[in-house]
Ligand binder design. Structure first.
Ligand SMILES: [Zn+2]
Length: 412
């Protein structure tokens, strides 16, 4: 929250600077039949002092100075708009709403001014938790300014929050058509996740063919959206298409080594039912040789070997996993339950102690790459910044690796 507040202050500051130098700032303005020389405002110290406070992030002092500046030109719409935003940032949502609503009452607002004030008001409502009114305000902005990206982005997040997946999808599609090529990939990823959510919703309503179509569309929009592969396989299996289910889950394994473990449980059950458990062992071995640091494939292999009556082979797989990921508590638990099932054989206990001797333990290894939110499990949408597909697993690196990376950095 602190970070987003700071970003907003930067935006407000940029707006004020633009205001002081840009086209919005005509020298004279007709206010209620009189020409007012707006240079008075620019020449007063309050405006520039307030601006400096804002740059320093001292919101209270900035408000004080800008209020003084505003008394010199009560007609300055942009200044009142910014003051409203600052009140909101200070937590005075009611005051911000009053300020922006009063601006809406002004006669002769041009459509752009009208849209900007409505956008501010929408953000006030959002901050105050008035979801319906915020939605309405952003929709009004879009009637006046159909390509307003801020309104579209906020509207999409509101629609997602209320699980209005189709509306969110439409909003994202509008954003995709107006934004530049740089953000197209991100839009496609978001639409893929929304397509998946729509599929899950269809499934809940018993529309299985519709769900299947949606899941497939999601993988076509973005081939890295794993939940769509999982769900599509589930539907195929439910419809009796076992080969089709295996095929889609196997293709999910190839999407990324980081997330290759996700379909493993489903594939294991499928292979075992077909009487081909060796296919699962081969798959896990292929995964661990391709990505030696991926511990989950080794853990999945271990649990499979236990179910096949091979506890010693399972322990070997777990020890190998532990060497690469000493922080994964699930491995420790699996090792200890196997060791006790085997009556604590002394040489194996000694190996465990040796492997873990220099380990560092910590929790919550998944981190949002956008806002650094931490989670113990992999999440598809961040609960803090609401972004899609931003979680990566945090890796610990042995001290020697870090040193060699640092010396490489110095060499460059
Ligand atoms: Zn986040």
């Amino acid at each position: 929250m602190m970070e987003s507040g700071f970003v907003l202050i930067l935006v407000i500051t940029a707006l004020l600077v633009g205001l002081a130098s840009g086209k919005l700032w005509e020298r004279y303005r007709l206010v209620q039949g009189h020409w007012v020389d707006r240079r008075r405002l620019r020449q007063s110290p309050h405006f520039i002092v307030g601006l400096n406070y804002l740059v320093d992030g001292r919101v209270d002092l900035a408000i004080e100075e800008l209020e003084q500046a505003s008394t010199l030109d009560p007609g300055a719409l942009e200044l009142r708009m910014v003051l409203g935003n600052l009140y909101r940032e200070r937590g005075q949502v009611g005051r911000a709403i009053q300020e922006h609503q009063a601006l809406l009452q002004r006669p002769r607002l041009n459509p752009m001014e009208h849209a900007n004030v409505l956008l501010c008001l929408g953000l006030d409502y959002l901050r105050g938790g008035f979801v319906d009114r915020a939605t309405e305000a952003f929709s009004e902005v879009l009637k006046l300014a159909p390509n307003n990206e801020a309104a579209l982005n906020n509207l999409e997040k509101l629609q997602e929050e209320q699980h209005q997946w189709q509306a969110a999808y439409d909003t994202r599609q509008r954003l995709a058509t107006i934004s530049g090529p740089a953000s197209q990939a991100r839009s496609k990823t978001i639409m893929a996740f929304l397509e998946h959510a729509l599929g899950v919703q269809a499934l809940g309503q018993g529309e299985i063919d519709e769900a299947r179509r949606r899941f497939l569309a999601a993988t076509e929009l973005d081939s890295t959206v794993i939940p769509a592969y999982l769900s599509l396989g589930d539907v195929r299996l439910q419809q009796g298409d076992r080969a089709g289910a295996a095929k889609i889950w196997e293709s999910a394994v190839k999407v990324s080594t980081d997330r290759a473990y996700l379909p493993l449980g489903r594939l294991e059950a499928l292979y075992v039912e077909e009487g081909a458990p060796n296919r699962f062992i081969a798959l896990c071995e292929q995964l661990t040789s391709a990505a030696p640091r991926e511990w989950r494939a080794r853990a999945a292999l271990a649990s499979h070997l236990v179910s096949q009556g091979q506890p010693t082979a399972a322990l070997e797989s777990l020890f190998a996993a532990l060497e690469h990921n000493p922080h994964a508590l699930a491995i420790h638990q699996a090792i200890w339950s196997l060791l006790s099932a085997l009556d604590l054989p002394q040489p194996l206990v000694a190996r465990y102690i040796e492997v873990t001797r220099q380990s560092v333990f910590y929790l919550d290894p998944h981190v949002c790459t956008r806002c650094r939110y931490r989670s113990t499990e992999l999440l598809w949408q961040c609960p803090q910044c609401h972004e899609w597909n931003t979680f990566v697993e945090e890796r610990i690196t042995p001290a020697s690796d870090v040193e060699s990376e640092m010396s490489q950095g110095v060499g460059e």
